[in-house]
Design a binder for this molecule. Sequence first.
Ligand code: UDP
Length: 418
Amino acid sequence: MDGQERAPHTGRRVVLFPLPFQGHLSPMLQLGALLRARGLAVAVLHTDFNAPDPGRSYPELDFVPIHETLPEEATSPDADIVAQLLALNAACEAPFREALASLLPDVACAVVDGQFYAALGAAAKADERLEEPVPELEPLRARDLIRVDGCDADALCGFITRVADAMRASASGVVVNTFDAIEVSELAKIQTELSQPAFAVGPLHKLSPAAATAAEHNFLHAPDRSCLAWLDAHPPRSVLYVSLGSVACVDRGVFDEMARGLAGSGVPFLWVIRPGSVRGAAEDVPPLPAGLDMSRGKVVPWAPQTDVLAHPAIGGFWTHCGWNSTLESVYEGVPMLAQPCFADQTVNARYVTHQWGVGLELGEVFDRERVAEAVRKLMVGQEGAVMRARASDLKIQANQSAAATPAIDNLVKYICSL
Ligand code: UDP
C-alpha cells in the first residue's frame, strides 16, 4: 500500500507529538501519513513555537495546537539548544496533558518525540485521569462520562446545563423511564436535587399494554420476524443477539473485525446489520468479509428486539447500551456484552458492568481475537455464567418492582392536581 491509498478507518486514533524542529517534525508527519493510510485516525499535537503548516502537506491529518507559554529567551535563534529543550519540556507538559485529555478516550496511543520526556510522563498521567472515579457519580469513572464524537466537550456541557436548568426552573415534575430495582439511589438523588416530584414509571416497553404492537409500527425499519423461527431451532441460552440500536454506526474496519470475531467464536448469533450503519462502505449493507464461515449466524436488517430478548434461545446481548436496549435486556434477564458508542451509552454500560454486574465490557481495542474471546466468555465461560445468574436475579426484582410500583397512578393523580 502506498502513502496515498487510504485503508478503511478502524476507529482507532493515534496522537503524535513532534519536537518543533524541522528534522523532527518531518519524520513524525511522514509516520502520521503512513499510519493514516493504514486506517488509523491521526491527530498531531503541536507547539505554537515553530508550528507546522497543517493543511498544506498533510490535509488528511488533524492538527491541534497546544498553546504553550515559552520564555522569550527560549525562542531566540541564539538560544542554547539544551536550555531550549529543557524550556520546551517544562512549558509543554501541562498544555500537552490538557490537549491529550480533551481527545481521550478515543486514543489508542500517543507517539511522542523521544526528547519530549515531560510529555511522556504527562501522557501516562492523562490516561490515568480517565480511570479516576467521578466524585458523587459512583460507579462512573471519567472515561464513562457522556461524550459525542466530534463534539466539543464545552459545547456538550453547555447543552446539558441548559437542559438541567430548564428542568429545574420550568418543569412541574419529571417522568423517568426506569424502575426502583435498578436505580433506587439515583432516583433518590434526583428527588433531593429537584424541588418537583420525579416519577419512575418504567420499564415502559413492558408496562404499556399497547407497547408491543405499536412499537413495531413506529420504527423506521420493518422487523424481520423470520429470525424468531430461526431462534426456535436453537437450544436455550445458546444464541448471542447483536445489535447497536437505531443510530450508532461503526467503521468498516470495526465491522470486519466484528464479523470475523463472531464467526471465530463458534457461538451461534443473530446479528442486526442496519442499512447504512457501516461508515465507509459503498453499499447500504456491506458484504461480510470473504471466506467466513457464517453457518452459525443469521443476519437481519432489523429485529423484533423485545421478542428476541424474551426468546429462550437468547443467552446474551452484544449491545451499544442505548437506554431502551439496556432496560429491555435487564427486564428479560439477558446478560450483556457492552460496546458503548456515544452519548449516555458509556454511562449505561458502566452500570451494566459495574453496578448491576450483568455484563462484560468489550473493551476499546477491537480485533477478531478479542471479540471471539469476549463472546465465548459471556456465552460459555464461567464469568458469563455469573453474569447470567445475576441477570436472572435482577429480572425477578425488575418484575416485582414493576408490578408493585404505583408510580404511574401517582403520576396521574399529580397531573390531575395541577
Ligand atoms: N430495536 C429493534 N430492532 C432492532 C434494533 C433495535 O426493535 O433490530 C429497538 C430496541 O428494541 C430499542 C430501540 O430500537 O427499543 C433502540 O433504542 P436504544 O435506546 O437502545 O438505542 P438508540 O437506537 O436510541 O441508540
